[in-house]
Design a protein. Structure first.
Lengths: 70, 382
């Protein structure tokens, strides 16, 4: 199942999706904050969000799974 | 009748005294110009939020030393003079800022990708070019060194070096260093686009290797010792930087890490800003020299940015896994503004390009490079 991976370390600033949402390729789904800068994370796949692994305020490392897309 | 005129006379005298002892009559045109400078900086700090933590106390410092007869900068007497004397002349504040900086920065990206150390070194080129340019403009060697260091885009190092080599230029070099740091998002992007191709900007870099805790702990100790053995004059700044970083990476002195990076940093920032502002009296600041300093500082910064970008492109000639040359621009210090700027320009070319952490490598290497360059200047000119 395709996963949405954090491309850099930071804190989860905004989660723009919820479980069950349909997403398209290139949708902006999560915004990370690192070094006082907001970095939007885009979807690499189309599908439905089946699992959300993070919530706003969480610290994530590069390579962490943010969400699972079914 | 006599009593009345006597009373009138004394009243008049008191009034006269009051007027003469007030600062207002001693105001000069220069003071008024400096008020304008202070108000512009206050506006930039409060309304535009350009480096407000520093600009606000600097601007206020300028304002109050340009009120005549307050004697705030009077040697051995004035309040701000004591801040300046002990904080800056005696070199207490810049190393303490470095302690806090060390406790905040993550050297991980540099450890993971030590090649980027070359970018931090390459971006110091502007400094050396400007040194000679300043001499051509008629500055003496000490002044030229202080102006050149602006190209390193590191505030505390600029202040540290200028206070030792050319203290009369302190206000101008410090303000221009901080100004160019704040202007990174305006100055750097056009140069980045000019010196790199769209294809290069799109390069996605290979994932950074993970860095172990042991490496993170050893790095500040080993690097710090090496630099101090090779260039001893770098010791005050480098030792504090590495100690701060060791606080952070050791993970056992969280209270010290927090104290160094928050409370202590904030406290010394107040004294730093006020003291820098207070060096800018009309008589020292309003000279054609200062305009040249701003111009040469900008030149230094631009050449350093270009050198970093070109160095990265040069390295790519030999590397199998190409680096994105944009990260070379982060080799000027300006932590983390320059890294943010690289990230932004990179994501404009390819929105799945996340260069922030890759740019932090050369960015922190730039800080170290600037300190080493300052130490070399200090050793030869001081």
């Amino acid at each position: 199942m395709p996963e949405l991976i954090a491309p850099l370390a930071g804190n989860v600033w905004k989660v723009l999706i919820a479980v069950g949402d349909k997403v398209e390729m290139d949708d902006e789904v999560i915004i990370l904050e690192a070094l006082k800068m907001e970095t939007p994370i885009y979807c690499d796949d189309a599908g439905t969000i089946t699992e959300l692994k993070v919530k706003e305020g969480d610290a994530v490392n590069e390579g962490d799974v943010l969400a699972v897309i079914g | 009748m006599i009593a009345e005129s006597l009373r009138e006379y004394t009243m008049l005298n008191i009034l006269k005294e009051l007027i003469y002892s007030s600062g207002a009559v001693s105001l000069t045109g220069g003071n008024l110009v400096m008020w304008m400078v202070a108000f512009v900086l206050l506006y930039l700090a409060i309304k535009k939020q350009y480096e407000p933590l520093l600009l606000l106390p600097i601007a206020f410092g300028i304002l109050i030393v340009n009120l005549p007869l307050t004697f705030l900068m009077e040697p051995e007497h004035g309040l701000i003079w004591f801040f300046y004397h002990y904080g800056i002349e005696q070199d207490i504040i810049p190393p303490l800022i470095f302690l806090g900086l060390g406790a905040m920065i993550d050297l991980g990206p540099l450890i993971a990708n030590p090649k980027t150390l070359l970018l931090g070194a390459g971006a110091q080129a502007g400094l050396y070019v400007t040194f000679f340019a300043a001499i051509l403009f008629g500055f003496d060697l000490q002044e030229a060194g202080s102006i050149a260091i602006i190209g390193g885009a590191d505030g505390p190092t600029t202040i540290y070096l200028t206070s030792k080599l050319a203290p009369h230029l302190l206000g101008a070099t410090a303000v221009s260093a901080y100004a160019y740091m704040a202007l990174v998002p305006i100055i750097q992007p056009p140069m980045m686009k000019l010196l790199t191709t769209d294809h290069e900007r799109k390069i996605v870099m290979t994932k950074l290797r993970p860095v172990s805790k042991l490496q993170r702990i050893c790095f500040p100790i080993v690097t710090g010792m090496t630099i101090m053995l090779v260039v001893p004059p770098a010791a005050p700044l480098i030792s504090m930087l590495m100690l701060g970083n060791l606080f952070k990476e050791s993970g056992v002195v969280e209270r010290l890490t927090n104290a160094a990076s928050n409370e202590l940093m904030n406290i010394v920032t107040i004294f730093l800003g006020l003291s820098i502002g207070a060096t800018m009296t009309a008589s020292t600041f309003l000279s054609p020299k200062v305009l040249f300093i701003f111009f040469l500082g900008l030149f230094a910064f631009v050449v350093s940015t270009a050198a970093g970008l070109l160095m990265a492109k040069f390295m790519n000639l030999f590397l199998k896994d190409k680096i994105n040359p944009l990260i070379g621009a982060a080799g000027v210090s300006a932590v983390p503004m320059a890294a943010r700027c690289v990230h932004k320009v990179g994501s404009e070319a390819n929105r799945r390009n996340y260069l922030l952490m890759y740019a932090m490598g050369p960015n922190v290497a730039g800080v170290i490079g600037t300190v080493v360059a300052a130490a070399i200047l200090l050793k030869n000119l001081g």
